[in-house]
Design a protein around this ligand. Structure first.
Ligand SMILES: [Zn+2]
Length: 293
């Protein structure tokens, strides 16, 4: 999908509604409030004879209550899916001619459809796990947590940790966590949640939180201090994903609160996991999820 294809497939509000109705209901319209099938169409909307309400296809979805043409939503989804390095709210507001707050809200709503909680990818085979730290330069006036008030790099900083695992040639899963939860049992819980431990083996570096992983699945440790790469045992795949995430977050995260970090992580995982899918497939999938189908 590109801009032209969105305009071709969805030239009008009506065509957008029709598409959403087909995806959400197929041939049988169901009242979103009372689940009754006793409904009748009424000008871009439907009436329910059971609970006497009228409703549109966007009720209970990310598209509801926005007063924006659905075409702009579809364009926003397409633009986000195509933006390998992420799409800032400022850029989206320029592209769609909406104000920046609206663009920011659209961005965040679309990220909701990309979440990894309702839709989990189960990894299997050779799985690499690693962690990274997200955060631009600290705000002025905040003190670092180093002894001299300076910010320490890597595992000692106040930057927000993200843990993740990737299947070689496969999908990635990643989670923003509190620094106090960078512990073995949390790491193991993450692996149990996202990896088929019966059919996988795990590669990590020698960070202490990964010790004890062999309780869960076969575990090989790469020693970064060694000058050679021990054959197949490396974490290059997950490190490449972190590089992608960090490049995308750079310049955005200083305005992203810790609270929203997972949404951004979800977006980058989602795009990565669809990297070999057609853009039409990715678009349809995103609409499906946005409708809760
Ligand atoms: Zn009803």
């Amino acid at each position: 999908m590109n801009i032209l294809e969105v305009f071709e497939q969805f030239p009008t509000q009506e065509s957008c509604i029709k598409y959403l109705e087909k995806v959400r209901w197929g041939d049988q319209v169901v009242c979103p409030y009372c689940k009754s099938e006793r409904t009748a169409p009424a000008e871009h909307r439907h009436r329910c004879y059971n609970c006497k309400t009228s409703f549109s296809v966007t009720v209970g979805t990310i598209f509801h209550h926005t007063h924006l043409p659905l075409q702009k939503w579809f364009l926003a989804i397409m633009l986000m899916l195509n933006a390998k390095k992420g799409l800032s709210a400022l850029q989206l507001s320029r592209d769609l001619r909406v104000n920046k707050n609206t663009a920011w809200r659209m961005n965040m709503q679309i990220r909701k459809a990309m979440n990894q909680v309702e839709h989990r990818n189960i990894l299997q085979g050779i799985v690499e796990m690693d962690e990274t730290y997200i955060g631009g330069k600290p705000r002025k006036g905040t003190k670092g947590d180093g002894k001299d008030g300076k910010h320490k790099p890597g595992r000692g900083t106040k930057k927000a940790p993200v843990i993740g695992a990737v299947q070689r040639e496969g999908s990635v899963a990643a989670k923003a966590v509190d620094k106090k939860n960078m512990k073995g049992r949390n790491m193991r819980a993450f692996i149990r949640q996202h990896v088929n431990t019966e059919k996988s083996s795990l590669y990590t570096d020698e960070y202490k939180a990964y010790m004890g992983m062999s309780k869960v699945l076969p575990h090989s440790v790469i020693r970064h201090s060694d000058w050679y790469v021990d054959g197949d045992v490396h974490t290059n795949t997950i490190e490449s994903f972190w590089a992608l995430l960090k490049r995308g977050m750079f310049g955005q995260f200083h305005s992203v609160s810790r609270r929203h970090l997972q949404r951004y992580v979800d977006e980058f995982c989602y795009r990565y996991n669809l990297r070999n899918a057609s853009s039409q497939f990715a678009f349809n999938l995103t609409i499906n999820r946005a409708l809760g189908v």
